[in-house]
Each structure stands twice: as C-alpha cells, then as structure tokens.
Design a protein around this ligand. Structure first.
Ligand SMILES: *Cc1c(COP(=O)(O)O)cnc(C)c1O
Length: 494
C-alpha cells in the first residue's frame, strides 16, 4: 500500500473551483454572443495537428487543458447553436439543458436502474413524453441516445410481438415466414440499419413509393401488403413517418392506423421530426392520430433543443415493451429495500448502464414550460412559411416542394441550365456560405431533383436571418453563373 493512496480528486480544490468558475463564465458569454461569431469556420492545420497528439502519459493542470479547449475547440463548433444554422435536422441546444448535462455528470449516477432520485426523474420525463403525444399513462417508454435507437427499440418490440414465436429464445431462423415491414421511399436511413441489426435483412423493409407530396402512397401500400401475403411472406408492421427528413412530409397517420387495424399490423411512427408537433397549438393538427400508434420514436434533441444526446421510444403495450428486453442476471436481482430496490430501467432497451440524460430535458421543460416549447414549434413553422414566400417572390429562386412544416427545399435556378449544372451551382453556393460562416443549409435529392434544404429548427432564428439567406444565395448564384456557363461551353460537363 502506498503511503498516500492516489485519487482523481484535486489536491487543492480552490484551484479547481477557480477554473470551474472561469469555464461557467466563458460558457455564458459563449452562448450569449453566439450570433456575433461565424456559423462555422475551418480549422487551421496547427489546430488539426494537435488533435493527433498521442495519449498523454502524464497529466497537466486542468486550467491548461481548458486553455487548449478555449483555443482549439470552442471556435470550431458544428454550428447548430447559431441562429443561421439550418442543416439536416438538429436542435439548437439551450443553457438550462447544458447545465443539466453538467449536473448529471456531477451526480455521476447510473440510470440502469435502482432507487434514487435520478431514476425518478427519468421515469417522470418518459411520463411527460407520453403526455405530449397523447399516450395513456399505462404506456411504456425509455430514453435512449437518439431517434435511431428509439426507432430500433420500437421496431424490435414490433418484431418480437408480431413474430408469433418466442423470438427471444428461437431467433429469426425459427420464423415461419419472412417478416415484412413497410415504410415510404422517404423513410430515414436508420430503419434500414434497424432491420439489418434485427436479423431480418434490408429486404424485410419494403419501400412504398411516395406521392407527389412525398407521403406514402396508401393504395400502393395496400397492394404491397396483399402481394406479400400472396407470396407467403408475413406483413408485420407499417412504419409511418411524421415529418420526413427530406421535405418534412407527414404520412396520413389516421389512414395508416385504420389500415393497420384492418390488416392486423403493428403501427410504428417515426416521429423524430414531427411527433412533438403534438404540443404546438397550430402544428398539432398535422399529427392527428399519432396516439393510435403501437410505438413512437421521438427526439427531444431536435424540437425540444436538448443538448445531444437524447431520444425517446414509447410503446403502447408496456408488457410487450418490457417483455422484449427484460432480463435479470443474478448480479442484478432486485433487493427488498435499498439502492437495488427500484425498477430496472435497463429492462426497456439495449443498454445496461445508462446516463442521466433525463435531467437536461427535465430542467429545460421546468424552466420554460411546455406551452413555450409548443409556441417555439409554431414559430419555426411560421419562419419556414415566411422563407418559402420570400423564395417564391424572388427571381431565380425556386421552391422545389410545398413547405409542410419547417423544412424548406429550394434552389437557385436562373433557367436554361441542365440539372447537372444546377446541382454543381447550388452545391457551390451552399459550401461557400458555410466557408464564409454566414449561413448553413444542407442539400438533398428528392424524387430525382437536387435542392438546397433549410430545416428551421432553431429557437434563435429571427426573420432577418432568413432574409440574409435569400440574399446570400441570390448574390452568390449570380456571381457563379457566368463561370458556370463558360465551363459548360468548354464542355466540362460532358
Ligand atoms: C433524426 C431522425 C432520425 C434519427 O435520429 P437520431 O437522433 O439522429 O438518431 C430518424 N428518423 C427521422 C425522421 C429523423 O429526422
């Protein structure tokens, strides 16, 4: 035994206290002043090089480490907390949530289960999520890393429940017929990963063509189900998307619920984008019928702006949920009293150890109240409407799809350019705006058409930010076209 045993605690707490104070002071300024910084900036080579240093064998003082973070990390964020970031579909984070992650780490608890306050908050937040989408209190749920995991949880419960066998014991090789899941061709890529991980294979996920509004074509869905039954396959589950990642389209949830009831299929809703419309005064009508689903995936790190990561899987039939994942090894038996006497929260998913991700959601919901989050969702919808109108009113800008929620698909199109040139032009505009740090949009190709895509899921955006976007796209587009046309004449687009 050494004379003085080692510990990770500091020898002098006051030095750490001072460093921690500085971190908090800087953090407040960092968020307060976010608008004055570029959305994004490229990292210089010397900064990149430092991230390739080998593992440190000996330690250094915490304030030196923080100094490196201040120079090498804080100036180079992804950008999603900036008011002019609208790429993919991200949340913009929030201060109370960030403090929640900090306090969760200070507490250091493991949410695998047990009887402690953090576990109660985890269960309370799941209960709040149920309330938000209109699920009964008898339903079940769990907080996970994000929407991909939430979908995997829901689909796994669907698979086991619909399999007709003891799937946990027998595995997929014992299935009487191959199971089939259905989603539209606009379905998120995580579902493919899910059916692969579930051992069903990518072919088990049948993509049903979407209609002109990018919603699942339900008569084609009916045909697909009938075809599969006739071919001896086992139709098991329809995955409806409430808010597709490309255009924000919302499948007809009521009609899909009717169809699933008539056909005896499980209805899962991927509500990572749109499920929380249910809490918005104006937006809620768009997801009417969502509570009829057997399972729902939603994503508090998107429209509740929780710092990454937190997703949520909800399952209407609590027994089916727990029956899919529960297992009690001898080292995790419940005790009659004490720390091990609480519910085992790991019984509702794939993880054993779980973080206290509930706290950041709990704190921001308590600070702002659900009504404000609902209004912020409606505000995003209004901003998307405004941007769409500005695009339609601006020469050389084309709205590619009617805007349904907060995703706006558009492109710079001066007319007369072939598709391949338009794609190159719009990609260049997008990248230039990012490199200049002025605004961040992403791009996608929907039903064969390339477009820029602004997902306005950002509580810091104001209308003038959207005006900046319109002007920057037009200005850069105009400047780029002559070069592009010259290039076309030089036949570089063969
Ligand atoms: C974001 C998203 C997902 C995946 O969620 P993550 O939180 O990124 O894992 C799944 N489906 C849809 C529709 C999404 O928008």
């Amino acid at each position: 035994m050494p004379d003085t045993p080692e510990t990770l605690d500091p020898a002098d707490w006051d030095i750490h206290r001072a460093t921690a104070h500085r971190m908090v002071e800087d953090a407040v300024d960092y968020i307060r002043d976010v608008r004055s910084r570029p959305v994004w900036q490229d990292m210089p080579q010397d900064v990149r090089a430092r991230f390739r240093d080998p593992v440190p064998i000996d330690g250094q003082p915490l304030d030196e480490i923080y100094r490196q973070i201040a120079t090498d990390v804080l100036p180079y964020p992804m950008g999603n907390i900036h008011p002019r970031f609208w790429m993919w579909y991200m949340g913009a984070s929030n201060f109370a949530g960030a403090m929640g992650d900090f306090l969760a780490a200070i507490l250091g608890s493991n949410l695998g289960g047990g009887d402690h306050a953090a576990a109660e908050i985890d269960k309370q937040v799941v209960g709040w999520m149920k309330e938000m989408v209109g699920y009964p209190t008898s339903a079940s749920g769990t907080l996970v890393s994000g929407g991909s995991m939430a979908n995997l949880i829901g689909l796994t419960v669907a698979r086991n429940t619909m399999s007709g066998i003891d799937l946990r014991e027998m595995g997929v090789s014992a299935l009487a017929a191959p199971m089939r899941f259905y989603g539209s061709d606009q379905i998120h890529s995580c579902h493919r990963i899910a059916v692969e991980a579930m051992g069903l294979g990518n072919r088990a996920l049948r993509r049903v063509q979407s209609d002109a509004a990018c919603r699942m074509n339900l008569s084609l869905l009916r045909t697909a189900i009938a075809e599969d039954r006739a071919a001896g396959l086992h139709p098991a589950c329809v995955i409806a998307t409430a808010g597709t990642v490309n255009t924000g389209a919302i499948d007809d949830l009521e009609a899909i619920a009717d169809l699933c009831a008539a056909e005896g299929l499980w209805m899962h809703v991927d509500g990572c984008i749109g499920a929380l419309l249910a809490i918005a005064p104006r937006g809620s009508a768009l997801v009417h019928g969502i509570a009829r689903a057997d399972s729902i995936a939603l994503d508090p790190h998107k429209w509740l702006h929780a710092p990454f990561e937190v997703g949520c899987a909800l399952v209407r039939d609590a027994e089916a949920h727990q029956g899919t994942f529960s297992s009690t090894p001898e080292y995790l038996e419940a005790a009659p009293r004490g720390i091990a006497s609480g519910a085992w929260l790991h019984d509702f998913g794939l993880q054993t150890s779980r973080g206290f991700r509930a706290l950041k959601v709990w704190m921001s919901l308590k600070e702002h109240g659900l009504a404000k989050f609902g209004r912020l969702i409606d505000q995003d919808l209004a901003h998307a409407c405004y941007l769409s109108e500005r695009i339609e009113a601006t020469p050389d800008l084309t709205l590619c799809y009617p805007t349904v929620i907060n995703i706006v698909c558009f492109r710079y199109d001066p007319g007369g350019l072939p598709d391949v040139a338009l794609k190159r032009l719009n990609t260049e505009i997008m990248v230039q705006m990012q490199e200049a740090g002025v605004a961040a949009v992403s791009d996608t190709t929907v039903q064969g058409r390339h477009c820029l895509r602004a997902a306005i899921n950002n509580h810091r955006t104001v209308p003038s930010d959207l005006e900046v976007l319109v002007q920057e796209v037009v200005r850069r587009g105009r400047a780029l076209v002559p070069e592009l046309v010259a290039g076309l004449r030089g036949d570089t687009y063969s």
